[in-house]
Design a protein. Structure first.
Length: 187
C-alpha cells in the first residue's frame, strides 16, 4: 500500500484545514496516510515528523508563507532531516506542497519554490499541482502547489479545499506509480 505523509505547521488554522483536505484526497485514493503537525516552538520534538518523512513514499508539506519563505518550524524540520538525507532515505520520494498567506500576493509561489529547493538536494521528485485539474484553476491557479488566502478566523474557501483534496489524490497516484516493484532484468 502506498504511504503518504502530510507534514505541516499551522499558525492560524488555515494550513491545518488544508492538511485535512490533502489527507482526505490521499486516503480516498487508497493510500495509507500519516498526518503530523509540527510544533511551533524550537523545543518541540521533531521525532514524529522525521519518522513520517522516512516512512512515506510521498510527502506533502504545508507551511504558511512567511515573507515569501517557509515558516520556521518547517525549515527546522528540513534542516533536521540531514541524517535521513545522509543515509539516502529521502531520495526517490515524491513531494508536493501547499501554503497560505494573508494576502492575495503574500508570497504563495515563492514559498513553495523555497520549500522545493531542499527537495532537489534530497533526490526526491517534486509533484506540482500544475494545471492538471480544474480545482487548481478555480483556486487561483498556482502551478507549484496549492495555495489559499489565510483568513483571521482560520476559514478556508471551498475551492481551495477542493484543490488540496486533488493534491492529495495526485501525490498518492504518483507515489503509487513510483513505488511499484521494479521489473527484473532479463538475463
Amino acid at each position: 500500500m502506498t504511504r503518504v505523509a502530510i507534514i505541516y505547521y499551522s499558525s492560524g488554522g488555515t494550513i491545518g484545514r488544508l492538511a485535512e483536505s490533502v489527507c482526505a484526497g490521499a486516503a480516498g485514493s487508497g493510500a495509507q496516510v500519516r498526518t503530523t503537525e509540527l510544533p511551533a516552538s524550537d523545543s518541540g520534538s521533531l521525532a514524529d515528523a522525521l519518522a513520517a518523512l522516512e516512512w512515506a513514499d510521498g510527502v506533502v508539506f504545508g507551511t504558511p508563507a512567511c515573507f515569501g519563505n517557509v515558516a520556521t518550524p518547517v525549515k527546522r524540520l528540513i534542516d533536521g532531516a540531514w541524517p535521513l538525507w545522509q543515509q539516502e532515505k529521502l531520495s526517490n520520494k515524491v513531494v508536493a506542497g501547499f501554503t497560505a498567506a494573508g494576502s492575495e500576493h503574500g508570497g504563495h509561489e515563492s514559498t513553495l519554490l523555497a520549500l522545493f529547493q531542499s527537495v532537489y538536494h534530497w533526490g526526491s521528485l517534486i509533484v506540482p499541482a500544475g494545471y492538471a485539474d480544474p480545482a487548481v484553476r478555480r483556486a487561483g491557479g498556482n502551478p507549484y502547489g496549492v495555495s489559499a488566502r489565510a483568513h483571521r478566523d482560520g476559514s478556508v474557501d471551498d475551492v481551495a479545499l477542493d484543490a488540496a483534496r486533488y493534491l492529495g489524490q495526485r501525490i498518492a497516484a504518483f507515489a503509487a506509480l513510483l513505488c511499484r516493484e521494479p521489473a527484473g532484468v532479463a538475463g
